[in-house]
Design a protein around this ligand. Structure first.
Ligand code: TYC
Length: 109
């Protein structure tokens, strides 16, 4: 006689059915990192920050920089809180080291 699988033969074993609802994963809150325009930070420096910190291509970086230059600010990227905060800190550190007043802030999406 072939051995039965345990749950068939042992009435004490309870088999689980699949949950009726999908287990929901909370969507992480996202934050926009903003670069603000000013009169002193060179355009090339803003582009360099966008390439080095935000991993933009040269041409995307140039468009984002020009958007900030023209409209007062631009969204450099959208990230979870810790990543957004790190990018703000990296940008602020680079600007401060180069003695430019470039302002970078974070805002809930
Ligand atoms: N307005 C600056 C200039 O004319 C360039 C600049 C662009 C500065 C975007 C900041 O977020 C900025 N040199």
């Amino acid at each position: 006689m072939s051995p039965k699988r345990q749950e068939e033969s042992d009435p004490g074993v309870v088999t689980k059915t699949r949950p009726k609802t999908k287990p929901k994963l909370a969507r992480p809150k996202l934050y926009k990192v903003l670069l603000h325009n000013d009169d002193y930070t060179p355009m090339e420096f803003v582009v360099l920050v966008l390439v080095q910190v935000f991993h933009k291509s040269e041409s995307d970086a140039a468009s984002i920089m020009l958007h900030a230059h023209t409209h007062g600010y631009a969204v450099a990227g959208v990230y979870t809180f810790e990543i957004a905060e790190t990018k703000v800190n990296e940008t602020t550190a680079l600007a401060s080291k180069a003695q430019f007043p470039l302002l970078c802030t974070l805002e809930p999406e």
